[in-house]
Design a protein around this ligand. Structure first.
Ligand SMILES: Nc1ncnc2c1ncn2[C@@H]1O[C@H](COP(=O)(O)OP(=O)(O)OP(=O)(O)O)[C@@H](O)[C@H]1O
Ligand SMILES: [Mg+2]
Length: 356
């Protein structure tokens, strides 16, 4: 990249549609050259935020800047950003090269310069040699890369991707995701990528910003979101986990519950004495044991999911709580009575008090 990457700074951004707040008090810095994944459930405001950054919407409150430059009053075409739309928006009647060149339209570049930039963008996404093909004559994964090349051809200051893999079938999606992760790492352009899939966010984003109801609930590395979720929503949205009713002891240092494997468990951080809530248990923090063994919660296997070297077993306790357990090796059949204990070395559980 000839241009140095700049940080994108959002400061207390708010947006309403028809008096309904769709984004509220949103502050976020995307570091120079960073790939930030914007993750959240449907309707959480991801596309709205991306459109605000792109310049297709303007914020009601707050500001957006790229480096030292305020961008929120700048028209979209003057921001110099590249965007890959959810359905690519490629022109089927144009060739691959024609589509990429379209990204340069309005720049009044000499023909030779257009050709050079098209060739360079196609090379970056490994499509050299396919320039003269029609878009209808290439695969879905290749179309995805044409859309990326079109966004890259003008040498954008910022790259915006809205659900870039959502119209690929699952097997192609995984391969394309890997390619995209590599392209983005090599490009080094500040990038914001929208997805509603956690796996996609975790593979493509160096950091992940999680939106819920128009608010940013947590921004961090995948490890931070998985290991230290900011609240119960994040805990349930990121990764797999079982949530078990638990009560904090009189000291505020441990929790206990009928379906809590291991009996009374020490907490990593003190909680209000006597409060009730839920303990979060990741599948890898649990193990199967003989029913009746020390500290084991009894139950019956309800479903299993084979995953190669590892499998996942869901055990239902007599109280109707479901515990998902990661197992290495053979998995028990549904209907088998079993016990669930804490895996050796499992960290102290996270506890989320129930409000009220
Ligand atoms: N132009 C608009 N006018 C009114 N409401 C809108 C408009 N655009 C979006 N909304 C509303 O704003 C909220 C957030 O929409 P947005 O498209 O940003 O969500 P999203 O996180 O991208 O969801 P999805 O994952 O389904 O694409 C929704 O409740 C939506 O109905
Ligand atoms: Mg959307």
């Amino acid at each position: 990249m000839s241009r140095p990457s700049l940080p994108l700074v959002l400061d207390r951004v708010g947006k309403r549609f028809d008096a309904v707040a769709v984004l509220a008090d949103l502050s976020l810095t995307v570091e120079p050259g960073e790939v930030l994944a914007l993750l959240g459930p449907s309707g959480s405001g991801k596309t709205t935020l991306l459109r605000l950054i792109a310049g297709f919407e303007s914020p009601d409150t707050g500001s957006l800047s790229l480096g030292d430059e305020r961008i929120d009053r700048l028209p979209a075409e003057r921001r110099g950003f590249g965007m890959v739309f959810q359905h690519y928006a490629l022109f089927p009647h144009l060739t691959v090269a024609g589509n990429v060149a379209f990204g340069l339209e309005g720049r009044r570049l000499p023909r030779g310069e257009v050709d050079r930039r098209v060739a360079s963008a196609l090379a970056r996404v490994e499509l050299t040699g396919l320039g003269s093909r029609r878009v209808s004559e290439i695969s879905g994964g290749q179309q995805q890369r044409v859309a990326l090349a079109r966004a890259l051809a003008p040498e954008p200051r910022l790259l915006l991707l809205d659900e870039p893999l959502s119209n690929l079938d699952p097997s192609l999606r995984e391969r394309t995701r890997r390619d995209l992760a590599r392209f983005l790492a090599e490009l080094g352009i500040t990038t914001v990528l929208v997805t509603h899939e956690q796996e996609e966010a975790f593979e493509l984003g160096r950091r992940v910003a999680l939106l819920h109801g128009g608010r940013l609930v947590q921004v961090g590395t995948p490890e931070q979101l998985y290991g230290a979720p900011a609240d119960r929503f994040v805990a349930g949205f990121v990764g797999r986990a079982s949530f078990v009713p638990a009560r904090v002891d009189a000291d505020g240092t441990a929790i206990a519950g009928d379906a809590l494997p291991g009996g009374t468990l020490r907490l990593a951080a003190p909680a209000p004495a006597g409060s009730r809530g839920e303990a979060m248990l990741r599948p890898e923090e649990l193990a199967l044991a003989a029913p009746g063994s020390a500290g084991a919660v009894p139950g019956v296997v309800v479903t299993t999911r084979f995953g190669g070297a590892l499998s996942w077993v869901v055990v239902r306790t007599p109280g109707g709580i479901e515990l998902e357990v990661q197992v290495a090796g053979e998995r028990p059949a549904a209907g088998t009575p079993t016990g669930v204990v804490r895996a050796a070395g499992a960290p102290p559980p996270r506890f989320f008090p129930v409000p009220g």
